[in-house]
Design a protein around this ligand. Structure first.
Ligand SMILES: [Zn+2]
Length: 293
């Protein structure tokens, strides 16, 4: 069986790695094919630079971030801040998905503060079934079946809070994920601090910046493991589950293929199945007393 193919569709250059960079790194270590995509050109993401200079810079940053894990990071040319779920955009996405023929697509949920995130999600939903219909975009060979579609985690609560179907321990990958995020200098050291009112906090020195960013990212990710601790305990077992500090979580979309046990085991071989956890618990090496929790 060939290695699974994973397509991560974010709205902006940095969304894919920010929301799924740790898991993408795990997939690449296993030899899975991973393509990261920004659906917009990133041309609205700066306080002083605009136009082709900025889009070129963001494309270079994205490619450098993808190179960290040996993955392509494509930046499409829809204008940043002005993405609409048009038929033209749907057709472009259908062709992109068919060309890559993924087993799994990751993207935003359709409820989100940013219209580009919302419409990226809507475009994926709109493409989901149409990729299997030969008469739609007949110049691109259709897919026999839908891939699995999973949503990135978020904090939005209406109309329904994010409910994880898969939670991945990314503790071992955090350093590589930071190497990816560090590539997006225009965002993490310039635009986002300016927009968020903390530009004065950004260190000048490159090494100090990376440490500063890593602490911000750690602070942001840390509460997630506690939010889903009971699921982590039942998935990873008591011992491992309690020690997990950093996770990425994904929610299944009803518009993709079913995430049944066999599919889940193939796509997420690094997440234990319930059976493995039971076996681990019953194993002879399981100590009677844990003192390190
Ligand atoms: Zn974004």
């Amino acid at each position: 069986m060939t290695a699974p193919r994973i397509l991560v569709l974010g709205a902006h250059p940095d969304d894919a790695d920010l929301k799924a960079g740790g898991t993408a790194s795990k997939w690449r270590r296993l030899g899975y094919e991973v393509k990261l995509v920004s659906v917009t050109d990133g041309g609205a993401g700066h306080q002083t630079h605009h136009g082709p200079d900025l889009t070129r810079r963001r494309r270079d940053e994205a490619q450098a971030a993808g190179a960290v894990i040996g993955a392509a990071y494509d930046v499409l040319d829809h204008p940043d801040g002005a993405l609409l779920p048009t038929l033209e955009a749907r057709g472009k996405l259908i062709r992109l998905i068919r060309g890559f023929h993924p087993d799994l697509i990751l993207t935003h949920r359709p409820n989100d503060y940013h219209p580009d995130h919302r419409y990226t999600s809507v475009l994926v939903q709109d493409a989901a079934y149409m990729i299997t219909v030969p008469a739609v975009c007949p110049d691109a060979p259709h897919l026999e079946a839908n891939p699995v579609i999973l949503y990135f985690s978020d904090d939005f609560r209406k109309p329904a809070p994010f409910t994880p179907d898969v939670i991945v321990d990314i503790g071992d990958e955090l350093s590589r994920m930071m190497d990816m995020l560090h590539c997006h200098a225009s965002q993490f050291y310039e635009w986002l601090p300016y927009n968020g009112g903390y530009a004065a906090d950004v260190p000048v020195d490159a090494a100090a910046r990376r440490s500063w960013l890593e602490e911000r990212i750690r602070r942001r990710l840390r509460p997630l493991a506690d939010r889903w601790r009971s699921q982590l305990l039942s998935t990873y077992g008591e011992d491992h589950g309690r020690r997990i500090e950093y996770v990425e979580a994904f929610e299944a979309s009803e518009y993709g293929a079913a995430l049944d046990a066999a599919v889940r085991a193939r796509l997420f071989p690094f997440v234990p199945t319930a059976t493995q956890v039971v076996e681990e618990r019953a194993g002879p090496e399981w100590p009677d007393v844990r003192v390190d929790d």
